[in-house]
Design a protein around this ligand. Structure first.
Ligand code: NAP
Ligand code: MG
Length: 403
């Protein structure tokens, strides 16, 4: 078969440890034999980030703005132990944080659903995608402990010096207080990313806050979403046959538990932090969660939701065989290649992405899987494969798709 050609480069962000090993295998076994891969390569491995004073991360984010689509391998976020391990000049910031800040994006996380890895919630048949607002609220709050009686107020001093105050509480004794904020601009970007992603993936969008209690703060989120929807998205949603649905957060939680899945659930920062862990563990495995950063300007960066799988990497360095699941990393590639194909009008590339995903799913459904899945599958006598063996099994199924 003739290799599929690409017209625009895909931004490729390489990473660290076990996922870096998988990255190379995926390219050699599953991509290069089928595609004339056209990527602009950025090495986000910690060693090179350190050599370039993290400039490579900034360059890769700028390249994503230039070309529109990126695929990223998991990367180490340095901590004290990594400072010595990699002899770092500085404790470089998380690449994901840097890229997200530069693209002003929202992260959408969705499970890959396969037969044999059953969700803990029986009614769930389709993936539930969580969109987490990644700015403000309790994550940028100021807090105080109050030791005794006194009055606590919110004070806003406008640029012209005018003050507005609001009583929080008159304390009779000790207590605690907290001041939170958010920005209309950030909420607007969040809303647009969610509406765009819903249109892209043809899924309904749910959004929920506690606006009945928080009549100004949470209500502002609700109002901004509604206004942007009415002005810019209502007709597009109708044309696509999807809906935007707002409800209270407690009602949303109750409905999610009784639903079939198949929608996007937009969450404020804290709700998204908590609910994404609930959704991913209830769907089965962190190794089966995909993640995509969508900017309000329509740039996309695809990755796996898990980290660099450090424990497996040290086994690999010791010469031991590993059984690391590459599915989420493969889906990062297929997500990015499909998007590139859609933008550039290359239907063979879109079809390749579909076929590779299908090959991954059928490999698992045939009972061939990595250890993490073998531990939780309902399939009897699964065959546990090594990291490499699993990718080779997917290759066999992918070749069948082209016969
Ligand atoms: P992790 O890499 O997600 O791995 C945690 C554990 O989850 C593993 O030890 C393994 O369990 C299991 N696991 C995760 N992915 C798996 C896969 N594909 N196949 C099989 N098992 C898998 O998290 P971590 O060990 O806490 O973090 C390691 C490094 O990743 C850190 O330096 C962190 O900064 C970085 N990180 C990066 C990203 C990112 O780039 N997006 C995200 C999170 C963390 P068992 O050991 O029990 O087999
Ligand atoms: Mg969390």
């Amino acid at each position: 078969m003739e290799k599929i050609k690409m017209t625009t480069p895909l931004v490729e962000m390489d990473g660290d440890e076990m996922t870096r090993i998988l990255w190379k295998m995926i390219k050699e076994e599953l991509l290069n034999p089928f595609i004339e891969l056209n990527t602009e390569y950025y090495d986000l491995g910690l060693k090179y980030r350190n050599e370039t004073n993290d400039q490579v991360t900034i360059d890769s984010a700028n390249a994503t703005k230039k070309y529109g689509v990126a695929v990223k391998c998991a990367t180490i976020t340095p901590n004290a132990a990594r400072m010595t391990e990699y002899n770092l000049k500085e404790m470089w910031k998380s690449p994901n944080g840097t890229i997200r800040a530069m693209l002003d994006g929202t992260v959408f996380r969705a499970p890959i659903v396969v037969k044999g890895i059953e969700p803990n919630v029986k009614s769930w048949k389709k993936p539930i995608t969580i969109a987490r607002h990644a700015y403000g609220d309790v994550y940028k709050a100021s807090e105080m402990k109050i030791n005794g009686p006194g009055k606590c107020e919110l004070v806003f001093t406008a640029a012209d010096g005018t003050k507005t105050t609001e009583l929080i509480h008159t304390f009779d004794g000790a207590g605690v207080i907290q001041g939170q904020h958010n920005l209309n601009g950030s909420i607007e970007s969040f809303a647009k990313s969610c509406f765009n992603f819903a249109l892209d993936t043809k899924q309904d969008l749910w959004f929920a806050t506690k606006d009945t209690i928080s009549k100004k703060y949470d209500h502002t989120f609700k109002d901004i979403f509604q206004q942007i929807f009415d002005e810019e998205y209502k007709e597009k949603f109708e044309a696509a046959g999807i809906t935007y649905f707002y409800t209270l957060i407690d009602d949303a939680v109750a409905r999610v538990m009784k639903s079939e899945g198949g929608y996007i659930w937009a969450c404020k920062n804290y709700d998204g932090d908590v609910m994404s862990d609930m959704i991913s563990s209830a769907f089965g495995s962190l190794a089966m969660m995909t993640s995509v950063l969508v900017s309000p300007d329509g740039y996309y960066e695809y990755e796996a939701a898990h980290g660099t799988v450090q424990r497996h990497y040290y086994k690999h360095l010791n010469g031991e065989e590993t059984s690391t699941n590459s599915v989420a990393t493969i889906f990062a590639w297929t997500g990015a290649l499909r998007k590139r194909g859609e933008i550039d009008g290359i239907k063979e590339l879109v079809q390749f992405a579909d076929r590779l995903e299908h090959a991954c799913v059928s490999t698992i459904e045939e009972g061939k899987m990595t250890k993490d899945l073998a531990l939780i599958t309902t399939i009897e006598n699964p065959v546990v494969l090594s990291s490499e063996g699993f990718i080779k099994a997917i290759r066999e199924n992918l070749e069948k798709e082209y016969k």
